[in-house]
Design a binder for this molecule. Structure first.
Ligand SMILES: Nc1ncnc2c1ncn2[C@@H]1O[C@H](COP(=O)(O)OP(=O)(O)O)[C@@H](O)[C@H]1O
Ligand SMILES: CC(C)(COP(=O)(O)O)[C@@H](O)C(=O)O
Length: 317
């Protein structure tokens, strides 16, 4: 039997933005390693100001145990969160019962980085609530390791850790990967139309042949190089669309809405990995774009760019 006190001995809360990848590349590592800190992807994308808030309540208990709810509902398949909790349980000696709540503004599986966002916000909140005293980078590395181990993301955690419009120049998790961050002004708005989810895990492993993987990696790497020379949102959107076409994501559910926007001179692409259209646009064009997209069945999100990256929002007091 688990004995748990009624009043939490500690509470902490953290937030991580969601994230959209426009293109990426997974070149073979220079050294052969299985250490997830050195694995990940190069690429480009941006963090959005919709994300996941994780709250951790710690109770005294006679054994180590936990429960996780997602938007109030228990028993979701939350493997990345389980990985993060297991990592912290190994770091502490005393038995505790953890009550964990993820509040998600992100639909799951649509290429908005929900897995990374859950892992990162949870890792920050656990580090604070359990007083494990890891640095921000170390806590973010645990989240990155979880995303890599579960095959739910590669470069998502380091991007959400950094925030802004990011160019990932060198593969690796937080503290290892090299990222150039540009802050975008609040005049930039993000419009997202979520049409159908894609399991990142399946697409990373099975959607492309080895030969295709090689050419996608070359293309992704070339795009990183080209965007580095000419860092602007328009080029990013164009490259992202070209990249999505290589995955044939332009032919699925996103085909009609993208064609419609392009016919109106509006650049748009597909968020990796989801049947999810996205665009970045100046504020004065938002109403027009929303009007055009409203006719399609799906979840329409209008938000901004998060320039701050993941953060603790309630200290352990
Ligand atoms: N809020 C969440 N809390 C815990 N785990 C989550 C959460 N959101 C997603 N996950 C995990 O990540 C998986 C989806 O990841 P993925 O296919 O990469 O989608 P996304 O593109 O939204 O990141 C889910 O099956 C689940 O295991
Ligand atoms: C594209 C992806 C491999 C997955 O992203 P998501 O489905 O949003 O978790 C990302 O982690 C990246 O490396 O850029």
């Amino acid at each position: 039997m688990v004995l748990v006190t009624q009043v939490p001995v500690a509470v902490a809360k953290a937030y991580s933005p969601g994230h959209i990848t426009g293109f990426f590349s997974t070149p073979d590592p220079h050294i052969s390693t299985t250490d997830p800190k050195f694995l990940g992807s190069m690429g480009a994308g941006f963090s959005i100001n919709k994300g996941i808030t994780s709250t951790v309540k710690v109770f005294s208990s006679n054994e180590k145990n936990y429960e996780i709810r997602l938007n109030g509902i228990p028993n979701f398949e939350l493997k990345v969160s389980n990985f993060v909790v297991a990592s912290y349980m190994q770091l502490i000696r005393e038995p505790v019962y953890l009550s964990i709540e993820h509040e998600s503004e992100l639909p799951i599986g649509y290429g908005l980085g929900s897995s990374g966002s859950a892992a990162l916000s949870l890792s920050y909140a656990l580090n604070e609530a359990l007083k494990t005293n890891l640095t921000k980078v170390q806590a973010a590395q645990i989240a990155h390791n979880g995303d890599i181990a579960c095959r739910t993301g590669l470069g998502t955690v380091i991007s959400e850790f950094t925030g802004g419009f990011e160019l990932r120049l060198k593969v690796g998790g937080p503290g290892i990967g090299q990222v150039i961050k540009s802050e975008l002004s609040t005049d930039w708005c993000v419009i997202v139309l979520c049409l159908e989810p894609i399991k990142t895990e399946l697409w990373l492993d099975k959607s492309v042949t080895n030969e295709n993987k090689h050419s996608l990696n070359l293309l992704g790497r070339k795009m990183v190089h080209d965007l580095y020379q000419n860092q602007n949102v328009g080029s990013f959107l164009e490259m992202s669309y070209q990249f999505a076409r290589e995955y044939h994501l332009d032919e699925g559910k996103c085909q009609n809405p993208i064609n419609l926007l392009q016919a109106e001179g509006i650049k748009a692409s597909v968020a990796l990995f989801g049947h999810t259209l996205f665009t970045l646009t100046e504020r004065d064009k938002v109403r027009r774009i929303v009007k055009l997209l409203e006719q399609f069945k799906g979840q329409l999100l209008v938000c901004g760019v998060d320039n701050l990256g993941a953060r603790l929002i309630r200290r352990n007091d």
